[in-house]
Design a binder for this molecule. Structure first.
Ligand code: FAD
Ligand code: PHB
Length: 395
């Protein structure tokens, strides 16, 4: 079997890329090692930048997003018992963010893929990639008990941080930059109507907490825990107790409580692989870079990567020009590093680090007081949170 672009991974990056290529008339095969249900039900990101929403609408996969997504004009920073509003739209000339679960994005993209009739194989085993430095790269995998091989003009490594594509690149051809954080996030989904229409990022003496949502009936909440925390140590009552201690403000605002329907702990990491390419293998999304979730950037970076990659591949198939493909890594990394900087900044501003002193605590409060009190500081925060532009115009 031969395809123009072999795509490993059916997360947001792989599925968006597959559909963008479809719209350009370019063939692809997507292989995913998990089941369809697992991929659709995996609870992760929730915040889409304006550019990601615009992309989905332009691609013709934004109908449900437009209907069910929750557009937000702003957000709150909460500290010392008070919530401070930041009006993102007013500070960025009318741009907004939209709360729409990553699993809903994935569901819409799987439906769109299925409607095209192009191949998307779930539950494949033992995926390996070969000859990435040749014009006939290969993907091998097991599917329905059979060994399969696909030759490809290009391979897109969209298989996330723990995938096989990045580790398949020969040692020394790619550089890694990494930082781990001394905490993780304990996250829950609760059947409770959100008690605020906008997100609340909280800095508390006991540690970071975040109020978010998924729908008018579902609240999404997180708080900072030690990185190796076992979720089994946390009863639902203990979770609510900690949430309320951190999130409740002096005016009596607090999240509404309801049955917890999902809970888990996520580690936090910053990571960049450079360049995002080896021969005919292009890395996109979390396989190339990870940001801590405090800036809500991961899925949005994945969307921008594949937008650039799809344009480069379209340019290649239209006229054999490799100009944009050659610049792919540089174009993406320029934006990725700025998102790294922002995500790191949000993380260190809103979390408590082990060993911090009271001086550090008060300094961080002063930082937050400045951010929420200065229009210049708020504008900088807003333009980063809403999503920085790509520095080039794609066709
Ligand atoms: P993934 O979603 O990881 O997809 C990779 C796919 O490849 C998976 O389906 C995986 O099963 C598959 N795969 C792996 N190995 C193989 C293999 N060997 N063969 C075949 N397939 C394979 N981002 C935001 O933008 N906004 C947010 O609000 C936000 N919040 C977050 C909150 C949490 C708690 C977490 C954990 C993440 C959050 N993120 C957020 C980050 C976001 O979820 C990721 O950046 C996003 O999933 C990246 O998409 P991806 O397609 O690159 O990778
Ligand atoms: C979420 O709703 O899951 C969410 C929101 C904002 C973040 C991270 C996650 O920064």
């Amino acid at each position: 079997m031969h395809t123009q672009v072999g795509i490993i991974g059916a997360g947001p990056a792989g599925l968006l890329l597959g559909h963008l290529l479809h719209l350009e008339g370019i063939d692809s095969v997507i292989v995913e090692n998990r089941s369809r249900d697992y991929v659709i039900e995996r609870v992760r990101a929730g915040v889409l930048e304006q550019g990601t929403v615009d992309l989905m609408i332009r691609m013709g996969v934004g109908e449900r997003l437009r209907r069910e997504g929750l557009p937000h004009q702003g957000l709150y920073f909460s500290f010392a018992g008070r919530r401070h509003h930041i009006n993102l739209a007013e500070l960025t000339g009318g741009k907004t963010i939209t709360v729409y679960g990553q699993n809903e994005v994935v569901r819409d993209l799987i439906d769109a893929r299925t409607a095209t009739g192009r191949p998307l194989h779930f539950e494949v085993g033992h995926v390996t990639i070969h000859d990435m430095d040749s014009e006939r790269s290969k993907i091998r995998f097991e599917h329905n008990g059979r060994e399969e091989e696909i030759t490809c003009d290009f391979i897109a490594g969209c298989d996330g941080f723990h995938g096989i594509c990045r580790p398949s690149i020969p040692e020394g051809s790619i550089k890694h930059y990494e930082r781990e954080y001394p905490f993780g996030w304990l996250g829950i989904l609760a059947e409770a109507a959100p008690s605020s229409e906008e997100l609340v990022y909280t800095y508390h003496h006991r540690g970071f907490a975040l109020f978010s949502m998924r729908s008018p009936k579902i609240t999404r909440l997180y708080f900072q825990v030690p990185p190796e925390e076992d979720i089994a140590n946390w009863s639902d009552d203990a979770i609510w107790d900690e949430m309320l201690q951190r999130l409740t403000t002096r005016d009596g605002w607090q999240p509404a409580i309801g049955p917890i329907v999902q809970k888990g702990v996520t580690p936090m990491r910053s990571f960049v692989a450079e360049p995002m390419r080896y021969g005919r293998l292009f890395l996109a999304g979390d396989s190339a870079h990870i940001v801590p979730p405090t800036g809500a950037k991961g899925l949005n970076l994945a969307a921008t990567d594949v937008m650039v990659l799809a344009s480069g591949l379209a340019e290649y198939y239209a006229g054999r020009s490799t100009r944009l493909l050659d610049d792919y890594s540089d174009i993406c990394l320029r934006r990725v590093w700025k998102a790294q900087r922002f995500s790191w900044w949000m993380t260190q501003t809103l979390h408590r680090f082990p060993g911090e002193s009271e001086f550090d605590y008060r300094r961080q409060l002063a930082d937050l007081d400045y951010i929420t009190g200065s229009r210049a500081a708020m504008t900088s925060l807003a333009e980063n949170y809403i999503g920085l532009p790509l520095d080039i115009q794609l066709a």
